[in-house]
Design a protein around this ligand. Structure first.
Ligand SMILES: NC(=O)c1ccc[n+]([C@@H]2O[C@H](COP(=O)([O-])OP(=O)(O)OC[C@H]3O[C@@H](n4cnc5c(N)ncnc54)[C@H](O)[C@@H]3O)[C@@H](O)[C@H]2O)c1
Length: 289
């Protein structure tokens, strides 16, 4: 989507941090932004400051992304006020790192799934029917933790929610390829935000501290916003803001490759017959590039 000025974007978790950085970059490109967040007052202040700085109309909406009916209502209200939602950024999320799975409270564990993954799914389901009619672009915010799991960081559930966002986005990109709706997934490393401002007391052991440092020394959220605007304009699928982290991802895929080689050896040992050219049979050839 090359021409962004005058369009309407809905950004979740936009009261602060990365969501605000993305809203800032969109507003700087002339986009009218609906900033949705559980923190309504902070979202209102953020919207007012963007409107004043860039001379575009920005509005705040109270929203818990885990609530699908509320998401649909906000999407409707944003479109009524600012025009059809052409850009959706599913950014709202949180993580508790440095904590074993059984040390997380039941509420925190449930919320991490319902907000980080459920919130993205809700956003897509709320906005997609309208977008199908005249096109648009959806950006789902995952994390580099959705592409590999950093040893020692004790964040299995957070990483799992982000990996789910990556897979959802990959499937959506394919499913929607002939609809005029573009899909991107943002996989940042450390970004300087309020990510650690609301952590429960149980978190923050070694792995938590390493990630705290990555966030404290991380990228300016407005720079992340500029990556997002570029991806929307150029219809890029993966948005990689920290390319220097590739060795961690490569190490993961090398392990997977090794597992497939082991699978071959075990299959030979067990006499399991290969299923012929499975790749060609299972997927249309166009999908395996
Ligand atoms: N900061 C990083 O280093 C980093 C790295 C990779 C990915 N991320 C992801 O970026 C996204 C934004 O995080 P951040 O670092 O800006 O954190 P942040 O805490 O500074 O901002 C998160 C915003 O989301 C809002 N929010 C939280 N739950 C919500 C809900 N249920 N409904 C609506 N709004 C809600 C908060 O009120 C807040 O304004 C998250 O999805 C996070 O997982 C962050």
């Amino acid at each position: 989507m090359q021409e962004l000025a005058g369009r309407c974007a809905l950004v979740t978790g936009a009261a602060r941090g990365m969501g605000y950085g993305i809203a800032d970059a969109l507003a700087a490109a002339g986009v009218q932004v609906a900033l949705a967040d559980v923190r309504l007052q902070a979202a209102e202040e953020a919207a007012a400051s963007l409107s004043a700085r860039y001379g575009v109309r920005c509005l705040a909406f109270a929203l818990d992304v885990a609530d699908l009916a509320a998401f649909r209502q906000v999407a409707h209200n944003a479109a009524a006020a600012l025009g059809p939602v052409k850009i959706l950024v599913n950014n709202a999320g949180f993580g508790v790192l440095g904590s074993d799975l059984d040390a997380l409270s039941d509420e925190t564990a449930r919320q991490m799934v319902e907000v980080n993954f459920g919130g993205v799914l809700n956003g897509v389901r709320a906005v997609l029917p309208g977008m199908r009619q005249s096109g648009g672009h959806i950006v789902n915010v995952a994390s580099i933790g959705g592409l590999h799991v950093m040893p020692g960081w004790r964040y299995a559930l957070y990483a799992a929610t982000k990996a789910a966002v990556v897979s959802l986005s990959e499937g959506m990109r394919d499913d929607l390829s002939d609809t005029g709706v573009g899909v991107s997934v943002l996989c940042p490393g450390g970004v300087r935000t309020g990510f650690y401002d609301d952590q429960p007391a149980s978190a923050g052991r070694d792995g938590g501290q390493a990630n705290r440092d990555a966030v404290a020394d991380g990228m300016d959220p407005r720079m992340v916003g500029r990556f997002v605007v570029d991806a929307i304009r150029e219809d890029r699928f993966m948005i990689i803001t920290h390319p220097e982290l590739w060795p961690f991802v490569e190490r993961r895929f090398e392990r997977w490759r090794g597992a497939f080689r082991e699978g071959e050896a075990v299959a030979a040992q067990l006499g399991a017959a290969p299923a012929g050219d499975a790749a060609a049979r299972i997927a249309p050839k166009a999908h395996i590039k």
